[in-house]
Design a protein around this ligand. Structure first.
Ligand code: ADP
Length: 220
């Protein structure tokens, strides 16, 4: 699913990623842990094509066999919207839109019709136990519900790859636990691949593979 070779990233004099090599298989759940400042979010942003690695002849990033470095901005945005879902610590839902409208947005960007997008969004919201919350705005939902809406939004275009950055960092332990179970259920039912940056030890340990980052690379 992902083949990353020699990923470097520097901000001015600060080298944040130091030659990362990583292969992630389809339907694998990989957790990334490590101290704050180790470079976890930076790596996730690069693997998720939201940011670019430093140019280097040894660097390569293949996602679903596509060499994403060769795509122009427009093609990359399309690739991302079709194949990749993101879940962040702070759900980043639009406050003025309802749950249903928030979930539909990535489908609208893909030019899916309103009827089809809403049908699919309702299916996801039902699956996530939010049938009674279609028309609520984010501030009328609990933290756990908001995060599940964000998960539905991440899933609407049926991405094969999902990146989560501290997805349960802002949730109480019960909501966190049910969100974690959900990731594994999705993987088991739909074969999705997850890369999750987390400080939550239980979630990190549940993963098929736990990678520890220290100072810009993986600890062996
Ligand atoms: P982690 O997710 O492991 O806490 P980050 O990837 O967020 O680590 O950050 C790694 C290092 O890169 C930190 O020292 C951070 O300050 C620095 N950094 C991250 N993004 C930027 C940026 N846009 N500009 C400058 N420095 C950055």
């Amino acid at each position: 699913m992902i083949q990353a070779k020699h990923i470097n990233k520097s901000y001015n004099d600060l080298q944040v990623l130091k030659g990362i090599d990583l292969t992630i298989n389809t339907a694998e759940v990989v957790s990334i842990v490590g101290p704050s400042g180790a470079g976890k979010t930076t790596l996730l942003q690069i693997l998720g094509t939201l940011d670019k690695a430093d140019k280097n002849p040894q660097t390569q990033l293949l996602i679903k066999g596509e060499n994403v470095a060769l795509l122009n901005d427009k093609a990359l945005a399309k690739f991302r919207n079709n194949h990749i879902g993101f879940i962040f610590q702070f759900h980043q839902l639009f406050p003025e839109f309802t749950a249903l409208e928030n979930v539909c947005i990535p489908a609208f960007i893909k030019n899916t019709s309103k009827t089809q997008a809403e049908t699919e969004a309702k299916k996801l919201l039902d699956y996530l136990g939010l049938s009674h919350r279609y028309h609520h705005k984010p501030n009328e939902l609990s933290g756990g519900e908001q995060q599940r809406v964000a998960v539905a939004r991440a899933l609407i275009n049926n991405p094969s790859l999902i990146f989560a950055d501290e997805p349960s960092g802002n949730l109480d332990s019960e909501s966190a636990e049910s969100l974690h179970q959900l990731f594994f259920k999705l993987r088991d039912e739909f074969g999705q691949t997850f890369v999750i940056v987390t400080h939550n030890k239980a979630l990190a340990d549940m993963a098929d593979r736990k990678l520890t980052m220290v100072d810009g690379n993986f600890q062996i």
